[in-house]
Design a protein around this ligand. Sequence first.
Ligand code: HEM
Length: 308
Amino acid sequence: MRDTCQTGVIAEASKDALFLTFNQTHEPGALEVVRTALSSMPALQSRFRERYPEADLHLVVGVGSAYWDRLNPAERPALLRGFPALENGERVAPSTPVDLLFIIRADQYDAVFELGQTVMEMLRDAATLVEEVHGFRYQDMRDLTGFVDGTENPQGDDRLAVALVGDEDAEFAGGSYLHLQRYEHDLSAWQRLSVKQQEDTYGRTKVDNVEYAGTEKSPHAHTKRTSLKHADGTSMEILRHSMPYGDSQSKGLVFVSTCRTPEHFERMLASMVEGDEEGRADQLLEFTRAVTGAAFFLPSSTWLAQLA
Ligand code: HEM
């Protein structure tokens, strides 16, 4: 599976990334241009990895849930469905579907930038850019709220087991379901909290990043709301690739979840926004707000290469 998946699905965190979303245009031949571009992405990644050998560069291509049937009407990943829009008072998770997602990430921004330019050029009249966000590593992998993000992510081979579709959907084995949300933080409100209040909001300590004991966690704590279990007692897991972004106008987190099923993300998001059976929702959402939300499938590189 490691040989066939897009490498960026399971790779360790990068220093820099571009998150590019597009919609296909209605220009004659646009669909063919997109198909040809997508099929050449695995080779394009290889070229850039040779060009920038130190950069650990990855190019991830995602196909939007609604766009999939236009791109490949013959067959569809078994569990591919739209982003689950949710609303509970001030806590919202909007659905803002797009056709295509490119995540270009590396430890050198010049490599990321140049590959971004190349992708834009390849799609030129066939797709319109919807959003371009530059994600960056902040300190020792912290979110802009100051807490280390990604600690409980699966490690080693568990990353493959969590993120990649297996024999349950043989045609799409090695692919992955991705959910993307851009969150805007209200850092002024967050910084008015004491460190203890911030720590209670996550259920982890800030500086040394230690998890609270289960009995110490509030039912509203972020790590309480997102640590879910299946009926058989096993943990529900996702592999997160989120990154901070920002400028003087707006700042926050590009949240990225990959998984062999969309169900885990959907259940966690509902647990954050709607809360538990007593309606206890995620306190973190008082300080950050999702402004986009979209669901994608990331086919394996071997599947992509035969698309055109
Ligand atoms: C844990 C930040 C949104 C799922 C964490 C942690 C931080 C964090 C700092 C603790 C360390 C770690 O294990 O990574 C954020 C921020 C978010 C956000 C700033 C939005 C602005 C989400 C969303 C989901 C999610 C939307 C899923 C729907 C998880 C999971 C964990 C986690 C599964 C690990 C829980 C555990 O096992 O302890 N998040 N997160 N997060 N987050 Fe988030």
